[in-house]
Design a protein around this ligand. Sequence first.
Ligand SMILES: [Fe+2]
Ligand SMILES: [Fe+2]
Length: 355
Amino acid sequence: MGLFKRGSTKLTYGMFDLARDATEAKRLHTCERIYHKGQVLAWDGKELLPELLAKHRGVHVAPEKRHALKRVFAIILWGELAAWKISAQLADGLVPLEAKMAATSQAFDEARHFYTMYDYLTELGYVPERLDPAPEALLNHVLETDDLAAKLLGMQLLIETIALAIFQEVREANVDPVLSELMKYFERDEARHVALGVQYLPSLFRDMSRAELIKLSLFQAKLVGYALWENKVLEPDFKQLGINPRRILDRARAKQMAAVREAWRTLGWDVDSQRGVVMPLIGATVELMFPTERTRGSRRARLGAAWDALTKPLETDPNALDIHDTHRIRTARGEVVEGAVTDSAASEPARAAAN
Ligand SMILES: [Fe+2]
Ligand SMILES: [Fe+2]
């Protein structure tokens, strides 16, 4: 009879029995829409990139910018692979059907981002090589953690928002017209991935103890530390591309705040007034490591800015994520999809993903 004895199973039979209140049901419904939206908005990199190359008659990157562009986008390339692996881990690990669907749709998007970015970099003459220690450590930490909340926070709210800030800067600086057009397609997808974190993280937070939340804050601080180190390493490359490294940080932070504000609000936590310890410390570190035009020449001004970051609320654009959903794209089905029209009434990242 031992032959028929039933052991443990990875099939989550209880996934439909999970209790959910009205707010959580609404958030999970948005996760389900992320999956369907991903299907409708999927584009074909094998069709798009050759078309863009033909339209612009190849890549046009100034010779003095090529090396810097390859350095920055090598991190993006391997970041896309990490995002593909991490979203596949989440698709396996998240239990509710709708969150699992959204993560699965992300894995599909990230596979497309990875091969399209590889094809683009091949046009630039990029030969794959190992990353600098800082970006590699940042990606490794999120890849290797078994904690789903840490994985979701690290990928969806931190790495995705940094990538979005870089994409936006590179597109606006118009380093290469092919890349600028490509970025619009990437941005629309990545904004949906941020929305998964915004919608599902509150469900994970709700069941966490205070000690677990503190551990998560420390994990977040470590990731931000690696991200700041990475930005420092890339500082000369960004400058070579005509991009202000401090503005990338400011934009990434504004996007993170927009996402975090929305996620935490469902738990009754106002991040603007209840700032905790980690956020002010990160703000002060940014002021010391990446001075602005105003504070660059003066130690006193830098220390003053760091003190302000420790003691005053951080003012960021609450609509910082909206821009990524405004791009017009052509899908793999050949349909042209207009971008969302943004106004203050449609400012929430969650709404951007759900529309
Ligand atoms: Fe991606
Ligand atoms: Fe992504």
